[in-house]
Structures are given as C-alpha cells and as structure tokens.
Design a protein around this ligand. Sequence first.
Ligand code: SAH
Ligand code: SF4
Ligand code: F3S
Length: 452
Amino acid sequence: MTKNLFIKTYGCQMNVYDSDRMADILKPLGYRTVDAPADADMVILNTCHIREKAAEKVFSELGRLRQMREHRREAGADMVIGVAGCVAQAEGEEIVRRAPYVDIVFGPQSYHRLPEMVARASRAAGKTVLETDFDVVEKFDVLPAPSADAGPAAFLTVQEGCDKFCTFCVVPYTRGAEYSRPAGDILAEARGMAANGVVEITLLGQNVNAYHGEGPDGRDWTLGRLIRELAEVPGLARLRYTTSHPLEMTGDLIAAHGEVPQLMPYLHLPVQAGADRVLTAMNRRHDRDTYFRIIDRLRDTRPDLALSGDFIVGFPGETDEDFEQTMDLVRRVGYAQAYSFKYSPRPGTPAAAAAAQVPEAAKAERLQRLQELLNAQQLAFNQATAGRTLDVLLERTGRRDGQLVGRSPYMQAVHVDAPGHRLGRIAPVIIEAGKANSLSGRLAADPARDAA
Ligand code: SAH
Ligand code: SF4
Ligand code: F3S
C-alpha cells in the first residue's frame, strides 16, 4: 500500500540533500513524496537552527500540523509527525516538552535509522521517539544511493560537521565534529548520478574545503584532488562546491580553479565581517588582509571568477567604524551575490553571552545599508552579462509556456524560450537583459547540437 510523505525543508543545501535521502530510505516502506501536508500520512519538518527566526518557525508549523492531523483523524486517517534537522538536534527535549504530540524527533546523524524509528513510533502509543546520537560514519554507509529522478543538477554531501567553532554559530553543536566521507563512496555516488542524467554536481559540506577523506589509494584526499577525479566522470559537465572557509583555501584548490574546466567560475567564500577586531571576536582565525590575498590569488588563477559571500551585521561589540570596514571590504571585493544577516544570539554559543550586544535599531540600519550595496553590486554584475553568450544548464520549465529556466556558470538564473527537449542539457544562450535576480536571453544557434 502506498503512503504519502511530505517533507518540508528549511536551512542550507545540506538539509536539501538530507531530505532527499530520507525520502529514498522511506521508499521501500511504501512512502512516496507529495507536495502538500494535508493529504500526507507522514510529515517531516527538516529544520534549521542557525538563527532565532528559523528555529521559531518550527513551533508555529507544528501547531498547524497538529490541527491538520485532527482533521485527518476525524476522517478516519492519521498522520505521523516528525521533526528532523538542526532544531531537533539542539532542542530535542524542548520539542518533546512544548509539542508532545510530535511522534519522532531525530537529529541529522540518525537519518539512516528512520525506518526503525517509524516502527518504534507506531508501538510507542503517542510517546515521542527521540534520537539525537551522533553516528555520522554509519549514516552514510546505510543511506541508499540517490534516486533516479533528481533532475540535471544535484547536491552531493562530501563532508559534515564543523570544528571551527565561530563564536556565533550553532553548527558545531548541531552537526557535530568534522567528518569527511571516503572518496571512493563519493565517486561511486557521482557516477550513479551521472548515469541518471545528472550534468552538474554541487559538493556540499558545512566546511567543504576542509575535506580530507580517505582515497581508494589509502591516502588522504583533499577537495582539490576529489574535484580533479570527479572531472573524469563521463557526463559530469559542471562541478561546484559550497560552503568554504577562507582558511581552507589551499594552493591546490585554488589551482584547480585554473585547471579543471568543469569547475564553475563561481565561489561562495563567506568572510562574515570586514573589521579585524570583529573577525577575531568571531574566532574566524584570519584577518581582512588574508581574505584579500586569497581573493587576489583566486582571481589571478581564474580572472572571471564570480564571488558570493555571507555577512553578519551587529555582532556583539561591532562599532560604526567596524561596520564601515565591512562596507569597505564589500566595495573592494565586489560580489556577484551575497547573503547578509543581523546577528542572532544562539543559546549555548559564546557570543550570545557577550555583554556588548548591539541594539536592534543599529543592526537594522546596518543591514539595510549593506543590502543596498550588495544588491547594487548584484544588479551591476547581472547587467554586465548582457550581450555575452553563456552556457546555460536548462533545469526546469518556466512560468510562461515554452519557457525554460536554467543556470549560468555564475549561478545566475536565466529565462529563455526553448523547446522542452532541451531540458537537462547545456545550451549556449545570448543574454539580452540582466535584472536584479535573473537574466533573460535567447538560444544561440548551435550547429553541432542542432545537427545531432
Ligand atoms: N560554514 C559556513 C557557514 C554556515 S552557516 C561558513 O563558515 O561560512 C551560514 C551563514 O549563516 C553563516 O555564514 C553566517 O553568515 C550566518 N550565521 C550563522 N550563525 C549566525 C548567527 N548566530 N546570527 C546571524 N547569522 C548567522
Ligand atoms: Fe559555523 Fe561555518 Fe564557523 Fe563552522 S566555520 S562554526 S559552520 S560559521
Ligand atoms: Fe541550518 Fe543546520 Fe544547515 S542550522 S544552516 S540546517 S547545518
């Protein structure tokens, strides 16, 4: 008998990858995924704990699910409610206390035990099953390979957890210590994806460039080595990786940007703040000059590299002058795209206990100024691609009939009129207009492909 599964994913790409793996491991139990919770026999919230707002969303969503389950019960059906991800890991007990009607609460390193947890929940007579052990090695051994319907661009987690302990961040607590998957497993998974029509793989890790997994030759492989080997996999035309820490930007990895044509000219390299004293207080373990030097070396290697970043404004103790240093850094680097956030105190992290918290009004004002600058840079970057011909991986159908949407090498969304059979392929597109959040263009004549 088939049952309906709805998974709602919050947070980072690693959660997106994990949600797909959860769906894969539940398939043999008869679960197929659906697009809405109302007719789901099981709902899993895959949660994020990175900022306060993200965590609070979970509890309001749980309230709605509880009501939905009541309606289903009145109609003779039922609903298993599960909370996965980083809120489950960090606040498992709190969820059980505030929302005792939840059936399963389970952390990111326990997904391979999901079928067993579902069975336990059905025997538990309404008592919540709580699983927050760290068991990352076994997880990747047990989880099934990604299923065939992933689309042309896929995520592949190669590294989990973080040992960096930035003073604002919960990730070391929710995902545990840094762990790198064996390179052979990753290559096998990538080959399987390519055989299923995947053209682009984004390698994922909370600190992906700290990757140091065991290679098939018994040696430690770096991310640079892994990328070079993945470039040999037939069918894989594009590789990306995220998220990187500046400290782990080794010479070998920088060189790969110049030598591996499959490695796309786009890099997410968060710096968080522009003032040295803030970087020190954040425990980022590098200064602004080191960041500039890394960017220079990357651009020497790959002149068209587009950069993306993350910024936090209003970190405890950040002064107006410190914030101006962030603005100055952004002007000097020039970003194609970036995320910026107000500092959010997270329970249990060192910065949350700092005395010098920045008032909300100052945070809001700084964020607005920073975002204006970042938006202007993004628009300028997008506009500058007008007139160029870019290779676009056509990933999905657009809102308009006959329209497809894809990604440029620089991660820009591109809208183009193209026949449906071009989906899943890379096509040269003449960019006609660059807007704030996307580009539009027309297919370039491609004699080689048109003849085929
Ligand atoms: N591993 C990545 C970041 C993962 S978290 C890195 O080291 O860069 C994603 C982003 O969320 C961070 O880069 C940071 O900008 C933001 N973030 C993390 N903790 C935060 C907090 N307490 N308040 C506001 N933003 C935060
Ligand atoms: Fe968090 Fe990234 Fe710092 Fe690790 S390196 S603690 S994931 S911000
Ligand atoms: Fe959020 Fe956890 Fe990712 S806290 S950003 S889902 S690692």
